[in-house]
Design a protein around this ligand. Structure first.
Ligand code: FES
Length: 558
């Protein structure tokens, strides 16, 4: 089925009935425009239309379409959970609600007058009836409202179609012509009729021809129109009551959340606070995606905390790890059942559409921490320009080794850097990091050879390689949020690099990198380290020169 007909039966029925009414309005307005030419032309058009609209089947389809379209639209409006809607939709709904108020009189004084009193409701009769009256102005307004309502409906139904987009400018121009043509026809026809009515004999003849209603008939028609209007108001009131009652019932099943410096929202009980934020478009940082691990979703409960369930052991552990105050909770772990006032500790920028990276992505990846040895001693007494020159040459030499192995430099740290290997999986990431370490070492040897040739001292480096859980996210104010790596693994890699200094080696590789890369560690001289700031002892492989890494891993000797 074409995507134009997607949706439930009510949507499809509204579309079909809307199309029937739109077609009726289109030909009705074209017919009215024929008044520009002559009485005969407008009458000819009306007779032609009546072949369809005044035969029993056509009439039944038309009135059924009108009632069903209006009824379903009203029901859809009343059944909404919220009246918040885009401005174009609100405009279309408002126009749709005005139409019956004006259309009822129109139908009563034409179709009903014809049926009850035998009135010949030709355009001439209508234009004379409406000429120079407030009702005439309202009926001209009705024409514009109906046309605009119909065109908007058609546009929002077809707008996704490429052919519609292509033809849109021409169609808009055409759509603007129709009401202009119709109103010009109405005015021209009206003028003609008023002139004719100035002559007594002609007026009596025309009134007889139209079966002009007498005073009693008009009184009856006005009473009918008023009754129908009351019925419409009563239907509107019913729809409003339906909306309010549903809202009230769902309110009883819902919970209210007031965000400090943010909106007040309500949502069904049972959702986590983070889900409530998401459902209501409230920006809420959640770097681990709601898994209770990052604590970036945490909130301070300013009111209502006493009626909140106590934290689970996992939530309490996470909060304790960040030394959160007693009234802090994790939004992804709490399910409010009573009103709460909460302050988001980490507020995103407040706009809704930040890049996906802003939300953070958790990955298990290899990282490389590199530092130039003895940088301070080496550069003491040198001109700053010389220092900058040396550093740039150094990085120019080694960074291609990282990039060539599918790594990226995440941070430049003056005389060092942090690189990450964001590949498909942890195995390829670990292999890439090992390759980068080897290539850096090779590049450094060549760089040092040049330095020595120039009479300088060679540069020594230390590299720490580790693989672990990381969160990659853009952290900072909107528009100024560089990609950042967060996680204990970064600290571990940095500590491994520091340890190389004490060991007098170039590279220290944690066992997790070797294992992830698929290397057996049995024959390697792994050592256990208690690194500063790392709670568990860590097993790692010291490597004197990273250039020897392939051979070392192949032979299984540390
Ligand atoms: S989103 Fe990470 S702890 Fe809640």
């Amino acid at each position: 089925m074409s995507d134009l007909w997607r949706g439930d039966w009510t949507t499809r029925t509204r579309i079909i009935t809307g199309l029937i009414l739109f077609a009726f309005a289109f030909f009705h307005f074209l017919n009215l425009g024929l008044g520009l030419f002559s009485d005969a032309a407008i009458d000819w058009g009306q007779d032609a239309r009546h072949v369809v609209t005044r035969n029993p089947l056509g009439e039944m389809i038309l009135f059924a379409a009108l009632l069903i379209h209006a009824g379903l639209s009203l029901f859809k409006l009343a059944a909404r959970r919220s009246l918040r809607m885009p401005i174009w939709e609100a405009t279309q709904v408002a126009l749709g609600l005005i139409i019956p108020l004006l259309l009822i009189k129109h139908i009563v004084h034409t179709r009903v007058a014809h049926e009850m009193f035998g009135v010949n409701d030709e355009y001439g009769y209508i234009t004379v009836l409406l000429w120079d009256t407030v009702d005439g102005a309202w009926q001209a307004g009705l024409l514009l409202i109906v046309w605009l309502h119909g065109c908007m409906g058609l546009h929002f139904w077809l707008r996704a179609k490429s052919w519609w987009q292509r033809w849109l400018p021409a169609l808009v121009g055409f759509a603007m012509l129709i009401p202009g043509f119709a109103l010009a026809g109405f005015l021209t026809q009206g003028r003609r009729m008023v002139l004719l009515f100035q002559d007594d004999d002609t007026r009596w003849a025309l009134m007889e021809d139209y079966h002009w209603p007498d005073r009693d008939a008009f009184t009856a028609l006005i009473a009918i129109a008023d009754t129908l209007l009351y019925a419409f108001w009563a239907t509107l009131a019913l729809a409003a009551a339906f909306y309010v009652i549903r809202k009230f019932l769902s309110w009883r099943k819902s919970v209210h959340i007031q965000y400090t410096n943010g909106p007040e929202v309500s949502a069904f009980k049972g959702l986590t606070l983070l889900e409530i934020s998401r459902a209501n478009g409230v920006p809420h940082t959640s770097l681990c995606g709601g898994r209770g691990r990052c604590t970036t979703c945490r909130v301070i409960i300013e009111q209502g905390g006493d009626r909140l369930h106590p934290p689970s052991a996992a939530e309490a552990r996470s909060l304790a790890a960040v030394k959160a105050p007693a009234n802090a909770r994790l939004a992804c772990q709490i399910r409010p059942t009573h009103p709460l006032t909460v302050l988001r500790v980490f507020r995103p920028d407040g706009t809704r559409d930040r890049a996906h990276a802003s939300q953070g992505e958790e990955r298990r990846l290899a990282i490389l921490f590199l530092d130039m040895r003895g940088f301070t001693a080496r550069t003491t007494g040198q001109l700053p320009y010389d220092v900058v020159f040396l550093l740039n040459r150094f990085f120019d030499a080694i960074v291609p080794g990282i990039i060539g192995a599918n790594g990226t430099v995440d941070k430049d740290l003056g005389d060092g850097l942090l690189a990450v290997f964001q590949t498909e999986d942890e195995k390829s990431s670990a292999q890439a990091a090992l390759k980068a370490a080897e290539d850096i070492s090779t590049a450094l040897s060549e760089f040092n050879a040049k330095l020595v040739e120039e009479g300088g001292a060679p540069v020594a480096i230390g590299i720490g390689l580790h693989l672990g859980d990381l969160v990659l996210g853009e952290i900072g104010a909107a528009g100024n949020a560089p990609r950042t790596l967060i996680g204990d693994s970064v600290n571990t890699a940095s500590r491994l690099e520091s340890q190389t200094k004490e060991l007098g080696v170039e590279l220290l590789i944690s066992a997790s990198v070797l294992q992830a890369a698929g290397h057996a560690t049995d024959g390697l001289s792994l050592q256990e380290f208690q690194l500063r700031g790392v709670s568990e002892p860590l097993t790692a492989l010291p490597v004197k020169h990273a250039t020897a890494l392939p051979q070392l891993l192949a032979t299984g000797q540390g």
